[in-house]
Design a protein around this ligand. Structure first.
Ligand SMILES: Cc1ncc(C[n+]2csc(CCOP(=O)(O)OP(=O)(O)O)c2C)c(N)n1
Length: 561
């Protein structure tokens, strides 16, 4: 039976289990919007900025272990959304972005808002699929999801010309392709088991691919914990994946985040074997390509990542296993732990003791505003075992990683590549996806005004994240970098910010708002924030600029470690 392309697209999205799309409407795709509204089979979340819509889709994808879906208009709409595509691409996060386009007969004329998407998006998407033939609309959706979710996940753009939605097609609905999981070869598992058996000081890095598999499957977390306990292996969650292993588990070997503190990284560097398990390995995780050194690692490296194109791309591993990390864990468990594994107890304790020392909830008070550590430690007391925490990008986030002891049932969402503006939208998406659970966003004052307007979206759709703003009156991270490199220049110059009253700003959206000015107000202020259940809460914290991060403080021309 012949039907419109709009209907064909809607049915294809339904077949792919899409229940929510984040969008900013555009005239280039009203044909599709109108069909989606009429069918009412999926929720359209109308956002305030395409970056917000994009980041919500990224977060939703992570929360579902499916590609999240955003829908934006051509030209300016896409330009606004590109930060989220870039972030998803670098973070290996599945996402499908539907993008309106000019009419097919105008393509190439530089028609209103026209762009050449294949050229524009070639370095921040896995694929750009242009739908020119109405009969290929459904196939395009199936390919987009499959490509986005397979091997190294990432964003796929589907380009939909404005005149295609009312065209007719007889094509059948292209059903979702089965999810592919690649299993490790038995000889590779044998070799891995032999290397792990021989190692005196192994280090197991766990990252995003494992997290994706664990999101809906507690058995994955359990298998990792069992492997660690049976084989006596220290587990080090990587940058922005802290919830992969309980922070207080005695086998936690330290968080392999951005710029690991010297004491911890010094101990880690005594390792005689590194296994990157579901971690792509990046600039950040590898401490700027220094651990492991690229391209030739200074210690034997085993790289497990579900994509053969990635394993060996930057580093030369001694053993590369292009497979599901969960399958590798299960393969090792099947083999049974080596007899003398317990000898590694001391090595694990050495790493774990430093980890605990770094997690300790102590900080020095600051004279120019609250040390953000005080806020974060107070929040940690209120966090439920199933809470979601999101952070924007900025040095304030170092306090979250230093002071919050994450647990496996908690969810942590952020842009791994450090895109500002991700924190609020990700919190809104999480609050929509996990109703009735705590969702807390941590933001800097810089990132707040990039996409904080999505509080309006939270209000519109009735969800209630807690938004905590570290207002230090500057783009603090950049101030720190600038100071470290050019210590003689006046501190804060070029990074200073004049801010609104964020509490008043929050109230103007309809949120509850609390201002915390002094450390003595922290406990009450945070308790009040957690007591509000019926609308979003903005917690405006007047924080220290001198405390440049959880690890560094500016004092009279000195950078303390
Ligand atoms: C979209 C985007 N623009 C610029 C940057 C560069 N950048 C990284 S952190 C930062 C400052 C963040 O300031 P703020 O949100 O106030 O947090 P703080 O560093 O003060 O803790 C900037 C500008 C970025 N990462 N992302």
């Amino acid at each position: 039976m012949s039907k419109s392309v709009a209907r064909q697209l809607a049915e294809s999205l339904e077949a792919h289990d899409v229940d929510r799309i984040f969008c900013v409407p555009g005239e280039s795709y009203v044909g599709l919007t109108s069909e989606l509204i009429e069918r009412n089979s999926m929720q359209l979340i109308v956002c305030r900025h395409e970056a917000g819509a994009g980041f919500m889709a990224v977060a939703d994808g992570r929360l579902r272990n499916r590609a999240g879906v955003a829908m934006v208009s051509r030209g300016p709409g896409l330009a606004n959304a590109m930060v989220s595509l870039h972030s998803a691409f670098h973070d290996a996060t599945a996402m499908v972005m539907l993008i309106g386009h000019v009419e097919r007969r105008d393509i190439g004329r530089q028609a209103l808002q026209e762009q050449n998407y294949s050229r524009l998006l070639s370095d921040i998407t896995k694929q750009v699929i242009e739908v020119i033939d109405p009969n290929q609309a459904s196939e395009a959706i199936a390919r987009a999801f499959h490509t986005a979710e397979t091997a190294t996940p990432g964003p796929v753009a589907v380009i939909l010309p404005e005149d295609i939605f009312d065209q007719q097609t007889d094509a059948t609905i292209d059903q979702p392709r089965a999810r592919i999981a690649s299993a490790p070869r038995e000889q590779d598992l044998d070799q891995l088991a032999a290397l792990l058996t021989a190692a005196e000081r192994p280090l197991i890095l766990v990252g995003g691919a494992l997290l994706a598999e664990a999101v809906h499957d507690q058995a994955v977390f359990d298998a990792l914990t069992r492997l660690s306990e049976d084989w006596f292996l220290p587990i080090c969650p990587t940058h922005r994946r802290p919830q992969l292993f309980d922070a207080d588990h005695p086998n936690h070997g330290g968080y392999m985040g951005i710029r690991v503190p010297p004491k911890q990284i010094g101990a880690m560097k005594r390792a005689d074997l590194m296994v990157a398990l579901g971690e792509r390995l990046t600039d950040t995780v590898s401490q700027s390509y220094n651990f492991p050194t690229a391209p030739e690692p200074q210690l034997p490296l085993i790289h497990v990542w579900p994509d053969a194109n990635e394993v060996g791309r930057v580093w030369r591993p001694n053993l590369g296993i292009p497979a599901s990390p969960t399958e590798v864990i299960n393969g090792l468990l099947r083999r049974g732990a080596p007899a003398a594994a317990e000898r590694r107890r001391e090595w694990i304790s050495e790493l774990h003791d430093i980890h605990l020392e770094l997690l300790a909830k102590d900080w020095e008070p600051t004279s120019d505003g609250i040390n953000f550590a005080a806020i974060v430690c107070e929040v940690d007391k209120h966090l439920a075992p199933n809470a979601t925490i999101t952070t924007d990008a900025g040095n304030f986030a170092s306090h979250i990683h230093r002071y919050i002891g994450f647990r496996q049932g908690q969810m942590f969402l952020a842009s791994v590549v450090g895109a500002m503006g991700s924190g609020t939208p990700m919190a809104v998406a999480a609050a929509l996806r996990r109703p009735g659970t705590q969702v807390v966003a941590f933001l800097g004052d810089g990132g707040t005004l990039m996409t904080g307007n999505e509080i309006a979206t939270a209000i519109q759709y009735g969800v209630n994240p807690i938004i905590i703003i570290a207002d230090n009156g500057m783009y603090g991270t950049i101030g720190m970098h600038s100071y470290v490199r050019y210590p003689d220049r006046p501190f804060m110059d070029g990074t200073r910010l004049t801010n609104p009253d964020f509490a008043a700003w929050g109230r103007s959206f309809g949120a509850e708002a609390i201002t915390i000015r002094y450390e003595s107000e922290v406990a009450d202020g945070i308790a009040q924030a957690f007591a509000v259940k019926t609308r979003p809460v903005v917690v405006h914290c007047l924080t220290s600029a001198m405390q440049m991060s959880a690890w560094r403080r500016y004092t009279e021309g000195e950078v303390l470690p």
